[in-house]
Design a protein around this ligand. Sequence first.
Ligand SMILES: *Cc1c(COP(=O)(O)O)cnc(C)c1O
Length: 435
Amino acid sequence: MSKFKNQLKVWDKRYLWHPFTQMKDWLADQNQPLIIDKADGIYLIDTEGKCYIDGVSSLWVNVHGHRHPKIDAAIKRQIDKISHSTLLGLANTASVELSKRLIEIVPRGLKKVFYSDNGSTAVEIALKMAYQYWQNTGHKNKRSLVHLQNSYHGDTLGSVSVGGIDLFHKVYRGLIFKTVALKGQGWQAVNDFETLLKKKAPSVAALVVEPLIQGAAGMLVWPKGVLKEFRRLCSKYDVFLIADEVATGFGRTGKMFACQQEAVSPDFLCLAKGMTGGYLPLAATLTTQKIYDGFVFDYKDQKTFFHGHTYTGNPLACAAALANLEVFEKEHTLKKLSPKIKFLAQQLKMFYNLPSVVEVRQCGFMAGIELKGRWDGRVGTRVCQAARQYGVILRPLGNVVVILPPLVIKMDELEYLLMSTYRVIKEITGGDFYG
Ligand SMILES: *Cc1c(COP(=O)(O)O)cnc(C)c1O
Protein backbone atom coordinates (compact mmCIF):
# COMPACT_ATOMS: atom_id res chain seq x y z
CA MET A 1 0.00 0.00 0.00
CA SER A 2 1.14 3.50 -0.81
CA LYS A 3 2.62 5.21 2.21
CA PHE A 4 0.48 8.21 1.20
CA LYS A 5 -2.77 6.25 1.49
CA ASN A 6 -4.48 8.82 3.67
CA GLN A 7 -3.57 11.77 1.46
CA LEU A 8 -4.47 10.28 -1.92
CA LYS A 9 -8.11 11.36 -1.90
CA VAL A 10 -7.19 14.93 -1.07
CA TRP A 11 -4.42 15.02 -3.64
CA ASP A 12 -6.70 13.65 -6.34
CA LYS A 13 -9.13 16.51 -5.88
CA ARG A 14 -6.34 19.05 -5.55
CA TYR A 15 -4.15 18.01 -8.49
CA LEU A 16 -6.07 15.90 -10.99
CA TRP A 17 -8.37 16.74 -13.89
CA HIS A 18 -10.36 13.63 -14.87
CA PRO A 19 -11.33 12.81 -18.47
CA PHE A 20 -14.95 13.20 -19.63
CA THR A 21 -15.76 14.54 -16.17
CA GLN A 22 -17.54 17.66 -14.93
CA MET A 23 -15.05 18.45 -12.20
CA LYS A 24 -17.62 20.49 -10.27
CA ASP A 25 -19.54 17.27 -9.63
CA TRP A 26 -16.40 15.32 -8.92
CA LEU A 27 -15.19 17.80 -6.30
CA ALA A 28 -18.60 17.87 -4.59
CA ASP A 29 -19.01 14.08 -4.57
CA GLN A 30 -18.13 12.58 -1.20
CA ASN A 31 -18.00 9.10 -2.75
CA GLN A 32 -15.21 10.12 -5.10
CA PRO A 33 -12.53 9.31 -5.65
CA LEU A 34 -12.64 5.57 -5.31
CA ILE A 35 -8.97 4.79 -5.72
CA ILE A 36 -7.96 1.50 -7.30
CA ASP A 37 -4.71 0.20 -5.92
CA LYS A 38 -4.43 -3.27 -7.41
CA ALA A 39 -6.36 -6.06 -9.06
CA ASP A 40 -6.75 -9.80 -9.25
CA GLY A 41 -8.32 -11.42 -12.32
CA ILE A 42 -11.64 -9.71 -12.96
CA TYR A 43 -11.59 -7.93 -9.59
CA LEU A 44 -10.38 -4.41 -8.92
CA ILE A 45 -9.20 -3.72 -5.36
CA ASP A 46 -9.35 -0.26 -3.81
CA THR A 47 -7.07 1.37 -1.25
CA GLU A 48 -9.33 0.08 1.55
CA GLY A 49 -8.88 -3.49 0.30
CA LYS A 50 -12.44 -3.73 -1.03
CA CYS A 51 -12.98 -5.89 -4.16
CA TYR A 52 -15.15 -5.01 -7.14
CA ILE A 53 -16.01 -6.87 -10.33
CA ASP A 54 -14.52 -4.92 -13.23
CA GLY A 55 -17.89 -4.71 -15.02
CA VAL A 56 -16.67 -2.58 -17.92
CA SER A 57 -13.20 -4.12 -18.34
CA SER A 58 -11.43 -0.93 -17.23
CA LEU A 59 -13.10 1.01 -20.00
CA TRP A 60 -13.45 -1.83 -22.49
CA VAL A 61 -9.81 -2.87 -22.62
CA ASN A 62 -9.35 -5.85 -20.32
CA VAL A 63 -9.59 -9.29 -21.93
CA HIS A 64 -8.06 -12.09 -19.83
CA GLY A 65 -8.34 -10.42 -16.45
CA HIS A 66 -5.80 -8.32 -14.58
CA ARG A 67 -2.42 -9.75 -13.64
CA HIS A 68 -2.63 -12.67 -15.99
CA PRO A 69 0.56 -14.67 -15.26
CA LYS A 70 1.48 -15.07 -18.96
CA ILE A 71 1.06 -11.40 -19.86
CA ASP A 72 2.75 -10.26 -16.64
CA ALA A 73 5.70 -12.54 -17.38
CA ALA A 74 5.99 -11.40 -21.00
CA ILE A 75 6.20 -7.76 -19.94
CA LYS A 76 8.75 -8.54 -17.24
CA ARG A 77 10.86 -10.48 -19.74
CA GLN A 78 10.71 -7.55 -22.14
CA ILE A 79 11.67 -5.08 -19.37
CA ASP A 80 14.83 -7.08 -18.84
CA LYS A 81 15.70 -6.59 -22.50
CA ILE A 82 14.55 -3.07 -23.37
CA SER A 83 11.52 -0.93 -22.57
CA HIS A 84 11.55 1.48 -25.47
CA SER A 85 13.31 2.14 -28.73
CA THR A 86 11.99 4.03 -31.73
CA LEU A 87 10.57 2.80 -35.06
CA LEU A 88 11.75 5.99 -36.76
CA GLY A 89 14.87 4.77 -38.54
CA LEU A 90 15.11 1.56 -36.46
CA ALA A 91 13.11 -1.60 -35.90
CA ASN A 92 12.57 -3.57 -32.70
CA THR A 93 12.03 -7.26 -32.06
CA ALA A 94 8.62 -7.24 -30.43
CA SER A 95 6.94 -4.91 -32.93
CA VAL A 96 8.18 -6.97 -35.89
CA GLU A 97 6.95 -10.22 -34.35
CA LEU A 98 3.60 -8.67 -33.49
CA SER A 99 3.11 -7.33 -37.03
CA LYS A 100 3.52 -10.81 -38.44
CA ARG A 101 1.08 -12.29 -35.87
CA LEU A 102 -1.53 -9.60 -36.56
CA ILE A 103 -1.42 -10.12 -40.31
CA GLU A 104 -1.98 -13.84 -39.71
CA ILE A 105 -5.21 -13.31 -37.75
CA VAL A 106 -6.92 -10.26 -39.30
CA PRO A 107 -9.30 -10.47 -42.29
CA ARG A 108 -7.52 -11.47 -45.47
CA GLY A 109 -6.24 -8.67 -47.66
CA LEU A 110 -4.75 -6.61 -44.83
CA LYS A 111 -0.99 -6.75 -45.31
CA LYS A 112 0.67 -3.86 -43.47
CA VAL A 113 0.69 -2.66 -39.87
CA PHE A 114 1.21 0.96 -38.80
CA TYR A 115 1.48 1.45 -35.04
CA SER A 116 0.36 4.23 -32.75
CA ASP A 117 -0.78 4.28 -29.15
CA ASN A 118 -4.52 4.85 -28.83
CA GLY A 119 -7.78 4.38 -30.67
CA SER A 120 -8.14 8.00 -31.73
CA THR A 121 -4.76 8.01 -33.45
CA ALA A 122 -5.45 4.62 -35.06
CA VAL A 123 -8.48 6.21 -36.74
CA GLU A 124 -6.72 9.50 -37.42
CA ILE A 125 -3.99 7.60 -39.26
CA ALA A 126 -6.53 5.70 -41.38
CA LEU A 127 -8.23 8.99 -42.32
CA LYS A 128 -4.93 10.60 -43.31
CA MET A 129 -3.76 7.54 -45.24
CA ALA A 130 -7.07 7.27 -47.12
CA TYR A 131 -6.99 10.96 -48.01
CA GLN A 132 -3.33 10.95 -48.99
CA TYR A 133 -3.62 7.76 -51.03
CA TRP A 134 -6.03 9.49 -53.41
CA GLN A 135 -3.84 12.60 -53.50
CA ASN A 136 -0.71 10.52 -54.15
CA THR A 137 -2.33 8.60 -56.98
CA GLY A 138 -3.73 11.57 -58.87
CA HIS A 139 -7.36 11.58 -57.69
CA LYS A 140 -7.22 15.09 -56.29
CA ASN A 141 -11.00 15.40 -55.90
CA LYS A 142 -11.45 12.24 -53.86
CA ARG A 143 -11.29 14.04 -50.53
CA SER A 144 -14.47 13.72 -48.56
CA LEU A 145 -14.87 11.42 -45.59
CA VAL A 146 -18.22 9.86 -44.77
CA HIS A 147 -19.37 8.65 -41.37
CA LEU A 148 -22.51 7.53 -39.62
CA GLN A 149 -24.83 9.38 -37.31
CA ASN A 150 -23.99 8.78 -33.66
CA SER A 151 -20.49 7.65 -34.59
CA TYR A 152 -17.62 7.81 -32.16
CA HIS A 153 -14.04 7.44 -33.34
CA GLY A 154 -12.05 9.16 -30.61
CA ASP A 155 -11.20 12.59 -29.25
CA THR A 156 -8.40 13.99 -31.40
CA LEU A 157 -9.61 16.55 -33.92
CA GLY A 158 -9.51 14.29 -36.97
CA SER A 159 -11.48 11.64 -35.14
CA VAL A 160 -13.88 14.28 -33.82
CA SER A 161 -14.42 15.42 -37.43
CA VAL A 162 -15.95 12.02 -38.20
CA GLY A 163 -17.77 11.93 -34.86
CA GLY A 164 -21.53 12.21 -34.66
CA ILE A 165 -22.34 12.50 -30.97
CA ASP A 166 -23.46 16.06 -30.38
CA LEU A 167 -22.95 16.03 -26.63
CA PHE A 168 -19.24 15.32 -27.10
CA HIS A 169 -18.57 16.93 -30.46
CA LYS A 170 -20.73 20.04 -30.89
CA VAL A 171 -18.45 22.46 -29.11
CA TYR A 172 -15.58 21.67 -31.50
CA ARG A 173 -17.57 22.16 -34.71
CA GLY A 174 -15.75 25.40 -35.41
CA LEU A 175 -12.41 23.67 -35.23
CA ILE A 176 -12.83 20.57 -37.34
CA PHE A 177 -12.89 19.76 -41.06
CA LYS A 178 -16.04 19.16 -43.07
CA THR A 179 -17.30 15.61 -43.47
CA VAL A 180 -20.51 13.94 -44.64
CA ALA A 181 -22.79 12.34 -42.05
CA LEU A 182 -25.16 9.65 -43.30
CA LYS A 183 -28.77 10.00 -42.26
CA GLY A 184 -30.52 7.35 -40.21
CA GLN A 185 -29.43 4.09 -38.71
CA GLY A 186 -28.92 0.65 -40.20
CA TRP A 187 -30.42 0.05 -43.63
CA GLN A 188 -31.49 3.67 -43.87
CA ALA A 189 -27.84 4.70 -43.60
CA VAL A 190 -26.96 2.17 -46.29
CA ASN A 191 -29.57 3.66 -48.63
CA ASP A 192 -28.34 7.15 -47.89
CA PHE A 193 -24.79 6.05 -48.63
CA GLU A 194 -25.79 4.56 -51.98
CA THR A 195 -27.64 7.73 -52.96
CA LEU A 196 -24.58 9.75 -52.06
CA LEU A 197 -22.25 7.50 -54.04
CA LYS A 198 -24.44 7.56 -57.15
CA LYS A 199 -24.07 11.33 -57.24
CA LYS A 200 -20.70 11.96 -55.68
CA ALA A 201 -18.49 8.85 -55.61
CA PRO A 202 -15.62 10.60 -57.46
CA SER A 203 -15.32 13.02 -54.53
CA VAL A 204 -15.59 10.44 -51.73
CA ALA A 205 -12.36 9.11 -50.23
CA ALA A 206 -13.61 6.76 -47.53
CA LEU A 207 -16.41 5.62 -45.28
CA VAL A 208 -15.53 5.11 -41.64
CA VAL A 209 -17.67 2.83 -39.47
CA GLU A 210 -17.75 0.98 -36.17
CA PRO A 211 -18.63 -2.50 -37.46
CA LEU A 212 -21.78 -4.17 -36.04
CA ILE A 213 -22.20 -1.92 -33.02
CA GLN A 214 -21.81 1.77 -32.23
CA GLY A 215 -20.37 1.52 -28.75
CA ALA A 216 -20.04 5.02 -27.36
CA ALA A 217 -23.41 6.03 -28.85
CA GLY A 218 -24.94 3.69 -26.27
CA MET A 219 -24.45 0.24 -27.80
CA LEU A 220 -26.50 0.74 -30.97
CA VAL A 221 -26.51 -2.59 -32.80
CA TRP A 222 -26.70 -2.79 -36.60
CA PRO A 223 -29.04 -5.18 -38.40
CA LYS A 224 -27.30 -8.22 -39.83
CA GLY A 225 -25.91 -7.67 -43.31
CA VAL A 226 -25.42 -3.90 -43.10
CA LEU A 227 -21.65 -4.17 -42.79
CA LYS A 228 -21.43 -6.48 -45.79
CA GLU A 229 -23.55 -4.10 -47.83
CA PHE A 230 -21.32 -1.16 -46.89
CA ARG A 231 -18.37 -3.26 -48.08
CA ARG A 232 -20.11 -4.04 -51.36
CA LEU A 233 -20.94 -0.40 -52.03
CA CYS A 234 -17.43 0.78 -51.15
CA SER A 235 -15.92 -1.74 -53.58
CA LYS A 236 -18.40 -0.92 -56.32
CA TYR A 237 -17.80 2.83 -56.12
CA ASP A 238 -14.07 2.69 -55.35
CA VAL A 239 -14.30 4.17 -51.87
CA PHE A 240 -12.24 2.88 -48.95
CA LEU A 241 -13.92 1.19 -46.02
CA ILE A 242 -12.33 2.06 -42.70
CA ALA A 243 -13.34 -0.37 -39.95
CA ASP A 244 -12.85 1.15 -36.52
CA GLU A 245 -12.58 -2.00 -34.42
CA VAL A 246 -11.04 -0.19 -31.48
CA ALA A 247 -13.90 -1.43 -29.29
CA THR A 248 -15.00 -4.58 -31.13
CA GLY A 249 -11.56 -6.05 -31.86
CA PHE A 250 -9.96 -8.87 -29.88
CA GLY A 251 -12.94 -11.06 -29.21
CA ARG A 252 -15.58 -8.61 -28.02
CA THR A 253 -18.26 -9.68 -30.47
CA GLY A 254 -17.49 -13.38 -30.18
CA LYS A 255 -15.03 -13.59 -33.07
CA MET A 256 -11.56 -12.12 -33.01
CA PHE A 257 -12.76 -9.20 -35.15
CA ALA A 258 -16.29 -7.98 -35.81
CA CYS A 259 -15.65 -7.83 -39.58
CA GLN A 260 -15.21 -11.60 -39.51
CA GLN A 261 -18.84 -11.99 -38.40
CA GLU A 262 -19.86 -10.96 -41.92
CA ALA A 263 -16.76 -12.16 -43.77
CA VAL A 264 -15.81 -8.58 -44.55
CA SER A 265 -12.30 -7.38 -45.26
CA PRO A 266 -11.94 -3.62 -44.82
CA ASP A 267 -9.35 -1.42 -46.51
CA PHE A 268 -8.28 -0.14 -43.11
CA LEU A 269 -8.64 -1.87 -39.75
CA CYS A 270 -8.15 0.26 -36.63
CA LEU A 271 -7.23 -1.57 -33.44
CA ALA A 272 -6.47 -0.45 -29.90
CA LYS A 273 -8.39 -1.09 -26.66
CA GLY A 274 -8.09 -4.88 -26.17
CA MET A 275 -4.90 -5.21 -28.15
CA THR A 276 -2.55 -5.61 -25.17
CA GLY A 277 -5.17 -7.44 -23.11
CA GLY A 278 -5.82 -4.11 -21.41
CA TYR A 279 -2.30 -3.70 -20.08
CA LEU A 280 -0.58 -0.95 -22.03
CA PRO A 281 -1.48 1.71 -24.59
CA LEU A 282 -0.96 0.37 -28.09
CA ALA A 283 -2.84 0.80 -31.34
CA ALA A 284 -2.48 -0.24 -34.94
CA THR A 285 -3.88 0.78 -38.31
CA LEU A 286 -3.73 -2.09 -40.75
CA THR A 287 -4.12 -1.70 -44.48
CA THR A 288 -3.81 -3.39 -47.86
CA GLN A 289 -0.91 -3.81 -50.25
CA LYS A 290 -2.68 -1.52 -52.74
CA ILE A 291 -2.87 1.37 -50.31
CA TYR A 292 0.67 0.81 -49.08
CA ASP A 293 1.87 0.86 -52.69
CA GLY A 294 0.19 4.24 -53.14
CA PHE A 295 2.88 5.67 -50.88
CA VAL A 296 5.91 3.95 -52.41
CA PHE A 297 7.60 6.53 -54.65
CA ASP A 298 10.91 8.34 -54.92
CA TYR A 299 11.56 10.47 -51.84
CA LYS A 300 11.67 13.64 -53.92
CA ASP A 301 8.06 13.05 -55.01
CA GLN A 302 7.00 13.96 -51.45
CA LYS A 303 4.50 11.15 -51.17
CA THR A 304 5.82 9.70 -47.93
CA PHE A 305 3.38 9.18 -45.08
CA PHE A 306 4.71 11.90 -42.81
CA HIS A 307 3.20 10.72 -39.57
CA GLY A 308 4.56 9.01 -36.47
CA HIS A 309 4.27 9.09 -32.72
CA THR A 310 7.21 9.01 -30.35
CA TYR A 311 6.18 5.76 -28.68
CA THR A 312 5.17 4.05 -31.93
CA GLY A 313 5.72 0.28 -31.68
CA ASN A 314 6.75 0.40 -28.04
CA PRO A 315 8.36 -2.98 -27.24
CA LEU A 316 6.73 -3.41 -23.83
CA ALA A 317 3.27 -2.86 -25.28
CA CYS A 318 4.03 -5.13 -28.26
CA ALA A 319 5.27 -7.87 -25.91
CA ALA A 320 1.99 -7.58 -23.98
CA ALA A 321 0.02 -7.78 -27.24
CA LEU A 322 1.90 -10.91 -28.33
CA ALA A 323 1.21 -12.54 -24.97
CA ASN A 324 -2.44 -11.48 -25.21
CA LEU A 325 -2.79 -13.32 -28.54
CA GLU A 326 -0.98 -16.35 -27.19
CA VAL A 327 -3.40 -16.55 -24.25
CA PHE A 328 -6.36 -16.32 -26.64
CA GLU A 329 -5.03 -19.42 -28.36
CA LYS A 330 -3.77 -21.45 -25.39
CA GLU A 331 -6.83 -20.86 -23.22
CA HIS A 332 -9.43 -21.13 -26.01
CA THR A 333 -10.87 -17.81 -24.89
CA LEU A 334 -13.28 -17.42 -27.80
CA LYS A 335 -14.62 -20.96 -27.55
CA LYS A 336 -15.29 -20.50 -23.84
CA LEU A 337 -16.90 -17.14 -24.50
CA SER A 338 -19.66 -18.45 -26.70
CA PRO A 339 -21.89 -19.98 -23.93
CA LYS A 340 -21.38 -16.82 -21.87
CA ILE A 341 -22.68 -14.68 -24.75
CA LYS A 342 -25.80 -16.88 -24.89
CA PHE A 343 -26.25 -16.69 -21.13
CA LEU A 344 -25.91 -12.92 -21.24
CA ALA A 345 -28.60 -12.74 -23.93
CA GLN A 346 -30.97 -14.84 -21.81
CA GLN A 347 -30.38 -12.90 -18.64
CA LEU A 348 -30.73 -9.53 -20.31
CA LYS A 349 -34.35 -10.30 -21.13
CA MET A 350 -35.31 -10.06 -17.46
CA PHE A 351 -34.42 -6.37 -17.50
CA TYR A 352 -37.61 -5.75 -19.45
CA ASN A 353 -39.42 -6.49 -16.17
CA LEU A 354 -38.18 -3.12 -15.00
CA PRO A 355 -40.52 -0.33 -16.16
CA SER A 356 -37.59 2.08 -16.28
CA VAL A 357 -35.89 0.03 -19.00
CA VAL A 358 -36.49 1.35 -22.51
CA GLU A 359 -34.40 -1.16 -24.44
CA VAL A 360 -31.71 -3.77 -23.95
CA ARG A 361 -29.10 -4.15 -26.68
CA GLN A 362 -26.32 -6.69 -27.12
CA CYS A 363 -23.66 -7.62 -29.61
CA GLY A 364 -21.49 -10.50 -28.41
CA PHE A 365 -20.02 -9.56 -25.06
CA MET A 366 -21.01 -5.89 -25.28
CA ALA A 367 -24.36 -4.86 -23.87
CA GLY A 368 -26.28 -1.73 -22.97
CA ILE A 369 -29.42 -1.31 -20.86
CA GLU A 370 -31.14 1.93 -21.77
CA LEU A 371 -33.13 3.62 -19.01
CA LYS A 372 -35.85 6.25 -19.20
CA GLY A 373 -34.99 9.76 -18.18
CA ARG A 374 -33.70 13.10 -19.38
CA TRP A 375 -30.06 12.97 -20.50
CA ASP A 376 -29.06 15.43 -17.76
CA GLY A 377 -30.92 13.51 -15.04
CA ARG A 378 -27.92 11.21 -15.00
CA VAL A 379 -29.81 8.11 -14.05
CA GLY A 380 -27.00 6.02 -15.52
CA THR A 381 -24.45 7.65 -13.24
CA ARG A 382 -26.66 7.11 -10.19
CA VAL A 383 -27.13 3.44 -11.02
CA CYS A 384 -23.42 2.87 -11.52
CA GLN A 385 -22.59 4.72 -8.32
CA ALA A 386 -25.03 2.54 -6.36
CA ALA A 387 -23.63 -0.65 -7.91
CA ARG A 388 -20.48 -0.12 -5.88
CA GLN A 389 -22.34 -1.23 -2.75
CA TYR A 390 -22.63 -4.65 -4.35
CA GLY A 391 -18.98 -4.72 -5.27
CA VAL A 392 -19.47 -3.90 -8.93
CA ILE A 393 -17.77 -1.18 -10.97
CA LEU A 394 -19.79 0.11 -13.91
CA ARG A 395 -19.62 3.19 -16.09
CA PRO A 396 -22.65 4.35 -18.07
CA LEU A 397 -23.04 6.10 -21.40
CA GLY A 398 -25.67 8.71 -20.63
CA ASN A 399 -28.82 6.77 -19.76
CA VAL A 400 -27.33 3.50 -20.91
CA VAL A 401 -25.86 1.16 -18.32
CA VAL A 402 -23.01 -0.69 -20.01
CA ILE A 403 -22.23 -4.35 -19.32
CA LEU A 404 -18.85 -5.22 -20.77
CA PRO A 405 -16.88 -7.54 -18.48
CA PRO A 406 -13.51 -9.16 -19.21
CA LEU A 407 -13.98 -12.09 -21.61
CA VAL A 408 -12.75 -14.52 -18.95
CA ILE A 409 -15.44 -13.71 -16.40
CA LYS A 410 -16.93 -16.97 -15.06
CA MET A 411 -20.59 -17.82 -15.50
CA ASP A 412 -21.47 -17.36 -11.79
CA GLU A 413 -19.61 -14.05 -11.67
CA LEU A 414 -21.47 -12.89 -14.75
CA GLU A 415 -24.73 -13.89 -13.09
CA TYR A 416 -23.79 -11.93 -9.98
CA LEU A 417 -22.88 -8.91 -12.10
CA LEU A 418 -26.25 -8.99 -13.85
CA MET A 419 -28.27 -9.63 -10.69
CA SER A 420 -26.55 -6.74 -8.94
CA THR A 421 -27.18 -4.48 -11.91
CA TYR A 422 -30.83 -5.49 -11.91
CA ARG A 423 -31.13 -4.76 -8.21
CA VAL A 424 -29.58 -1.32 -8.39
CA ILE A 425 -31.66 -0.28 -11.38
CA LYS A 426 -34.73 -1.39 -9.42
CA GLU A 427 -33.59 0.49 -6.32
CA ILE A 428 -32.70 3.68 -8.13
CA THR A 429 -35.63 3.85 -10.53
CA GLY A 430 -38.26 2.21 -8.33
CA GLY A 431 -39.83 -1.21 -8.68
CA ASP A 432 -40.41 -3.79 -11.35
CA PHE A 433 -43.55 -5.39 -12.77
CA TYR A 434 -43.52 -7.99 -10.04
CA GLY A 435 -43.21 -5.47 -7.18
C1 LIG B 1 -12.60 4.07 -27.46
C2 LIG B 1 -12.81 4.20 -28.91
C3 LIG B 1 -11.99 5.05 -29.68
C4 LIG B 1 -10.95 5.94 -29.07
O1 LIG B 1 -9.91 5.23 -28.48
P1 LIG B 1 -8.92 5.98 -27.46
O2 LIG B 1 -7.89 4.95 -27.14
O3 LIG B 1 -9.77 6.35 -26.28
O4 LIG B 1 -8.38 7.15 -28.15
C5 LIG B 1 -12.19 5.08 -31.05
N1 LIG B 1 -13.13 4.33 -31.62
C6 LIG B 1 -13.93 3.51 -30.93
C7 LIG B 1 -14.95 2.68 -31.64
C8 LIG B 1 -13.81 3.42 -29.55
O5 LIG B 1 -14.63 2.65 -28.84
